[in-house]
Design a protein around this ligand. Structure first.
Ligand code: ADP
Length: 310
């Protein structure tokens, strides 16, 4: 509600700015036409006036951007607070139950399992926030030659365990030509990026998970990891915005999927620090989406003509 009211205020602000600029320009032109004799002074006035208008427009744009950034920070704080509070409240409730009531062994084990996944969720949120801060400040990086297929396979196993999914829900295709694809990078960061993409693919597939991961070579110099899901999809105007820090697509609000808006920002930062990029494609809402992570291919890959595809 608050968000919609703010959006309304911004729209009013922009309309008012555009209207006022229009009126000012019309008045100015009218004034010139009425006073053609004092042409030099008028031209000087027009230039000054245009500079003034440009300043007002720039100022408005800047203000609107600041307001949007503040909004994103507000909703990030709300989301993080929620993500921290919910598992803590849940763990506390189970601990109280265990402390106050006699529970049989089977139920006790079940409670331990729930508390464990709640602590995992807490840890995950804290790690994401810490990582976002750390990546922004880091200058130098330890780089090593990393083979991508085993790294992605390992991330898939972790995601399957974390979300209690059966193995066939996430598929990893063989690399065309069975080449081994290497990149120069930081294994921990690359794992963070791949895990975030996989976690999202699961999270935004509330009606059943079916994910396909593919690795391939693009233009002989890039490794591309594509992760395709059959989930909620992304409307075209959101395809770029979702990589901004704290940004969460409003289209997913009704489905109430929790998150902080930091995951894809982390992926983009990591991709850029490795000299690569990430982008999203989707046919639209309800039609699934594909995330494409592109990284420079490390020299020393054995290439066949088959593999130089994608
Ligand atoms: P979070 O998931 O914590 O909201 P992210 O930065 O990971 O933050 O994602 C930003 C937004 O991008 C999400 O709020 C969601 O709307 C959209 N998004 C990301 N991945 C997917 C996906 N696989 N399918 C549909 N929407 C996605």
């Amino acid at each position: 509600m608050n968000f919609n009211r703010r959006r309304g205020a911004i729209a009013l602000f922009i309309t008012l700015g555009v209207f006022m600029s229009g009126v000012a320009i019309t008045l100015n032109i009218g004034w010139i036409l009425l006073n053609t004799r004092r042409l030099a002074a008028d031209i000087f006035g027009v230039i000054l006036f245009s500079a003034l208008i440009a300043g007002v427009v720039l100022n408005t744009v800047f203000l609107v951007r600041e307001i949007r950034r503040n909004e994103r920070q507000d909703s990030f704080l709300n989301a993080v607070t929620h993500e921290l509070k919910t598992p803590i409240a849940s763990i506390r409730l189970y601990l109280e139950t265990l402390q106050r009531h006699p529970v049989d062994e089977a139920q006790r084990q079940k409670f331990y399992g729930i508390m464990r996944s709640d602590t995992d969720r807490l840890l995950n949120t804290v790690e994401t926030v810490l990582k976002a801060g750390e990546l922004g400040q880091r200058r130098e990086q330890q780089r090593a030659r990393i083979e991508l297929h085993p790294l992605v396979a390992d991330c898939i196993q972790t995601v399957l365990r974390r979300h209690h999914l059966s193995p066939e829900t996430i598929e990893l295709a063989e690399v065309p030509g069975n080449v081994r694809l290497y990149v120069m990078g930081n294994a921990e960061d690359l794992r963070t990026a791949v895990m975030n993409l996989l976690d999202n693919a699961v999270k935004y597939s509330p009606n059943g998970v079916h994910i396909v991961c593919r690795l391939g070579i693009e233009r002989y110099t890039w490794v591309v990891l594509s992760i395709t899901d059959t989930g909620l999809g992304i409307p075209p105007p959101e395809l770029k915005r979702i990589f901004k820090r704290f940004y969460r697509a409003p289209a997913n609000d009704p489905v109430k999927i929790k998150g902080t808006g930091l995951g894809l920002f982390l992926v983009r930062t990591i991709a850029r620090q490795h000299g690569g990029s990430v982008r999203a494609t989707s046919e639209g809402t309800g039609k699934g989406s594909t995330m494409l992570l592109r990284l420079p291919l490390a020299i020393g890959n054995k290439m066949t003509t088959d593999s130089a595809s994608t």
